[in-house]
Design a protein around this ligand. Structure first.
Ligand code: GLU
Length: 435
């Protein structure tokens, strides 16, 4: 019998909770963002309680055999925040800093995101407290399969559909799909999205978060009368969203002047070739040290003078501490929750045009929706069709948000929340209360 060791003997302290000046608990931030919109919409107090509370929370222990023969017990969560407009939908995050409050926040952001782009889903999210960078592929596979089997009763193509998020990818989704299908005794493609294209994944899904971010930024540039061609761009985070955004923005002839990852950043006023940065990171594990660039910190990257700043990493990057130093004209949130409510006010005062996460990174879940629709029909689309449909959905959402913000005299985040919360409130009221 293998010995049992606790996987997380010293839980990583929540990254930035509760500094003296600002409450950085992501769940309280999510609720505050909701409350601001609910106030503008003058929602009934009972309805507010329904919409600000997660519908279902599942916490599971995930016993996993490690390569050295030891057994470790990981902790995993799946939160379904709201299913008024359709099944719960949202990613699975593997990170040492995962907390239940973070997953609750991320689940609620999914509810507002799917409503902002008006696709027929609610919001959910999952997470496992683990350090995937220090786990082997077989360890990750065993942990993933056991995690999925523990939450299996609440997952399904018409119940709750997981997808990739921070440090999970198409391979993770393939294992989840297989575990679900083997348990069911039938191949179920629609149970997760972000799958490999060889296993019912959609063409264009891998680039979709970054592509959606590009589409909304193009519209923001029109509004702000900035030419994207030649615009300077700084990108914090070089994962699926950040690295692909660098490539897509460079293809539009924008100049990528800085990129960063968890180990630090690099800067070049002459511009960074995203493909070279990607190859360098693949070889060395980080963008830091890339030839022809100078080293900068993540903090310095955020404060660079540039036209477009893309936070594409984790929550709470732009806070009351540094909001005043942001010099970008447009902030496009490829990450979830990178800016705090207090920082929002500072950016708005400075005249910075904010593209909030629930709009700017909604391309990912939008193409997840297309993937799911293709899976349910058993009929697959060409990549240009996927991209054209994504462009239509995202650009419409951009103008819906922009109009709402103007109508209520608020910044774009609150505009997006007013739009989204209004849609979910309408669905909830017309469904009525059961029993
Ligand atoms: N994890 C991504 C997000 O935060 C994608 C979710 C999905 O495709 O369901 O939007």
């Amino acid at each position: 019998m293998a010995t049992v060791a606790k996987a997380n003997p010293q839980p990583v302290p929540p990254r930035t909770f509760g500094t003296s000046r600002e409450d950085l608990n992501p769940y309280r931030i999510a609720q505050l963002q909701f409350d601001i919109a609910a106030e503008h919409l003058k929602l009934d107090p009972g309805l507010r309680q329904v919409l600000r509370t997660p519908k279902r929370i599942m916490e599971v222990a995930i016993p996993t055999k490690m390569d050295n023969g030891q057994l470790k017990v990981f902790t995993g969560f799946r939160v379904q925040h709201n299913i008024a407009r359709g099944p719960a939908k949202g990613g699975m995050r593997y990170h040492p800093g995962v907390t239940l409050d973070e997953v609750k926040a991320l689940a609620s952001w999914m509810t507002w995101k799917t409503a902002t782009v008006n696709i027929p889903y609610g919001g959910g999210k999952g997470g496992v407290i683990c350090d995937p960078k220090r786990m082997s592929k077989p360890e990750l596979e065993r942990m993933t399969r056991r995690f999925l089997s523990e939450i299996l009763p609440i997952i399904g193509p018409d119940k709750d559909i997981p997808a990739p998020d921070v440090y999970t990818d198409a391979q993770t989704m393939a294992w989840m799909m297989d575990t679900y299908s083997m348990t069911l005794g039938a191949t179920s493609l629609g149970v997760v999205t972000g799958k490999p294209v060889s296993l019912g994944g959609s063409l264009g899904r891998n680039e979709a978060t970054a592509r959606g971010c590009l589409f909304v930024t193009e519209e923001a540039c029109k509004v702000k009368k900035i030419s994207l061609r030649g615009a300077t761009v700084a990108i914090q985070g070089f994962g699926n969203a950040g690295a692909i955004a660098a490539r897509l923005f460079a293809e539009k002839k924008a100049k990528i002047i800085a990129v960063s990852d968890s180990r630090g950043g690099v800067h070049s006023s002459r511009g960074i070739d995203p493909m070279k940065a990607l190859r360098y990171k693949e070889r060395t594990g980080t963008v830091v040290g890339m030839p022809g660039t100078s080293r900068i910190s993540n903090e310095e990257l955020l404060a660079l003078k540039c036209d477009i700043l893309i936070p594409a990493a984790l929550e709470n990057c732009i806070t009351l501490e540094n909001a005043d130093q942001i010099k970008a004209k447009i902030v496009a949130e490829a990450a979830n929750g990178p800016t705090t409510p207090h920082a929002d006010e500072v950016l708005a005062r400075k005249g910075i045009f904010l593209l909030p996460d629930i709009l700017a990174n909604a391309g990912g879940v939008t193409v997840s929706y297309f993937e799911w629709a293709q899976n349910l029909q058993g009929y697959f689309w060409e990549e240009h069709e996927v991209n054209a449909k994504l462009e239509k959905v995202i650009k419409k959402a951009f103008y819906d948000v922009y109009e709402a913000a103007r109508k209520y005299h608020v910044h774009n985040r609150t505009g997006a929340y007013i739009l989204a919360v209004g849609r979910v409130a309408d669905a909830t009221m017309v469904r009525g209360l059961f029993p």
